[in-house]
Write a protein that binds this ligand. Structure first.
Ligand SMILES: C[S@@+](CC[C@H](N)C(=O)[O-])C[C@H]1O[C@@H](n2cnc3c(N)ncnc32)[C@H](O)[C@@H]1O
Length: 295
């Protein structure tokens, strides 16, 4: 589906974020008493003989780091409706879903994690692991993000949407999913996005009158600028749907060039200004054919 992009993704971050997160040396994180040792072994956070080595300490710290962003959102939803439903898109081996379940869902009687993933073997593997651990409120679906928007296998409303390095336009589809499902929160760490860069390249000739087109004269700049402007458009898109958006760096993830963390919270904010700016940018940089993508 996105072989080219995935190939490039692998170059930057090798398939899974969690698999390569070995780079911080700081405080030694502790395994929490409630954590499943079996799960931590499966995630290679613990060695087969149950020990934490230097690499796994770093990995655990990074897992906690991401968890600290998502836990308050889960608590907020828990307080509001008592049953947080989370969908993780481009789940891969579902490390994030498993960690969230182990640290949060397991401690509560309610809540559900859905993992959406196109690779059948990863879905089956996650299903088997969840069954082995007795994580009953985890469901793994062999669907593309786009298919999941209309799939009857998912509830009509989802509280929290996550997408970590979901390839190419899968992040955009995850946003569409969140909007359709009236998600209260979206937590996105975007991956490379090639679609915008391709459209920029296509209209290169017409854009030459605009001095800003220097930004995408060279292919490497086109790729990076395309990636950057994609995230700007994604933020405006979310704001144009009433979300409050914060963009920060996922510190400690230095192994990856893609460590922008976008957290959107539905607040029913005024939408018009963001919608107008979105339209203006699309027109200014020759991306009008992508209006529907960011609608
Ligand atoms: C780079 S991996 C990230 C995995 C995981 N989120 C993590 O951070 O460890 C991207 C995953 O998204 C999946 N994927 C790519 N495009 C997708 C799509 N359109 N719908 C669902 N899954 C997709 C890939 O098969 C791959 O497992």
């Amino acid at each position: 589906m996105c072989g080219g992009i995935l190939h490039r993704c692998k170059k930057y971050y090798h398939v899974s974020l969690f698999e390569d997160l070995f780079l911080i040396v700081t405080n030694i994180p502790e395994i929490r008493p409630e954590q499943s040792v079996e799960l931590l072994k499966e995630l290679h956070i613990l060695t087969r003989d149950g020990k934490l080595n230097q690499d796994s300490r770093r990995k655990l710290k990074q897992v906690y780091h991401l968890y600290q962003f998502i836990e308050p959102l889960l608590l907020e939803v828990m307080e509001e409706n008592g049953n947080p439903i989370l969908a993780d898109h481009g789940a891969g081996k579902s490390y994030l879903g498993f960690i969230l379940y182990d640290l949060f869902m397991k401690q509560h009687a309610f809540g559900h994690v859905y993992g959406i993933e196109t690779r059948q073997e990863l879905v089956e593997r996650s299903r088997a692991l969840a069954a082995r651990l007795g994580f009953e409120r985890m469901t793994f679906l062999n669907l593309s993000v786009e298919e999941s928007i209309t799939s009857p296998q998912l509830p009509e409303e989802i509280d929290i949407v996550t997408a970590l390095h979901a390839c190419n336009t899968a992040t955009d589809d995850a946003i569409k999913f969140g909007l359709q499902k009236q998600a209260k929160f979206l937590v996105l760490v975007p991956c490379c996005q090639a679609e915008v860069a391709a459209v920029l390249r296509k209209h290169k000739g017409q854009a030459l009158k605009n001095p800003l087109s220097e930004l995408w004269r060279h292919p490497i700049h086109t790729r990076e600028f395309g990636s950057q402007i994609t995230n700007v458009l994604r933020c405006l898109q979310l704001e144009a749907h009433g979300y409050q958006v914060t963009v920060t760096e996922l510190v400690g993830w230095e192994h990856s060039m893609k460590n922008e963390l976008i957290v959107a919270r539905y607040k029913n904010l005024p939408r018009q200004k963001a919608a107008e700016r979105l339209d203006m940018i699309l027109a200014e940089v020759g991306l009008e054919e992508l209006r529907e993508r960011f609608a």
